[in-house]
Design a protein. Sequence first.
Length: 281
Amino acid sequence: MADKRSDLKKVIMDTKTLPTLPNVIHKLNSLSDNDKSSVQEMAKIVSSDQVLSARILRLANSPSYGFYRVSTISNAMILLGVNVVKSLALSSSIFAIMEKDSVGLWEHSLAVGVAANLIARKLSLPECEEIATAGLLHDIGKVIISLKCPEAEKDIVKLASERHLYTMEAERETIDTDHAEVGGWLSKSWFLPDKLSEPIAFHHDVATSVNHRIKTAVVHMADILICASGFGSSGDRFVPPIQKIAWDTLKLNEQLLAELVEEIEDKLVEVQNFSLEMMSD
């Protein structure tokens, strides 16, 4: 079992085996690490790939962010921040797979991004766009497991169904890891900052998040509220419980929760329309 886990980790950490765009990403990483680099320079690198640019702009104009006026890559970088655009660039190929082959998971991920943004704004938190992006990417590990371990994925689904387990529990029994940890490995291999990788890696275990617990708690709450709404499909038949540490970290109460549920329900109509539009291309 340990061999399966270490083999999978090697695959994840080797970015050459993933559907990314190494040249663009390598250049973008180099520029973003250089304090003297301008947004325009970084935008020029991303814009050199027309397909990638189009996908980033579509996602930047999605209900997850709510700008609806992002018309250029440099505009996206200014409004969303370099980390968000880099994350969207890295994940664009994987999102393409999700839209065609995992429609339910794609819609779930979009909706969690939307809910995370709403929660962050409701609580007046900083860096709402980055929190939305962590929400959007929170289940990216499930896509990687599906891509790299298709046979194991079938076993996971079967085990979860037969024994009424959460997907995460079935993943651990089958491959000795889970989609959250795999997502964390992936975000590390992509050199994403901790404020994005922590919520991805620990959205099912908020107590494990040390440096970015508030962001992680938001993504945890967003994930559960979207599961409860029945929108899209996370792969779980049951809604996970809200962890007390997340509730306490965000200083939530019943009234705030009721308001969030209502606002999220209203926004899901936009998410549905956006998803249908993306899949009709």
